[in-house]
Design a protein. Structure first.
Length: 127
């Protein structure tokens, strides 16, 4: 079981690297490291597939929330090829976290993300 836990935690760490990459070149590289080529991302606001579209969704989040970073809250819970975790979008200026959610990911045999299913638990009005 510990090997699986490490596998899940590594995948989630790569996921956050991608979501927190601000420069387009770094973001493209981080998305490619985290997701399979045909990987997908689905939440209430997006349903996309492939590295280019996933990177575009991440860029959109940065445009909407400049100066914010995604942070894991709690532990990564995983088994087999699936993991779940919660996160917050935190202001680097005042520490507020107007957006929070929970995601479920599925992994391939190499530990790269095949699919993300995201749920938004806290969203400011108008988003």
């Amino acid at each position: 079981m510990p090997a699986n836990t490490d596998r899940h935690e590594i995948a989630v760490a790569r996921y956050f690297e991608a979501w927190n990459a601000r420069e387009p070149e770094a973001r493209v590289k981080a998305v490619a490291a985290a997701w399979t080529a045909d990987g997908s991302y689905t939440d209430p606001l997006a349903d996309v597939g492939g590295h280019e579209q996933i990177a575009a969704v991440i860029a959109g989040a940065h445009a909407q929330f400049p100066g914010f970073a995604f942070r894991l809250t709690g532990a990564v819970d995983g088994h087999h090829d699936t993991a779940r975790f919660s996160w917050e979008l935190v202001s680097e200026t005042d520490g507020s976290a107007p957006v929070a959610g929970s995601d479920v990911i599925t992994l391939d045999a190499d530990g790269r993300i095949k699919a993300v299913f995201g749920f938004l638990d806290r969203v400011p009005a108008g988003v």
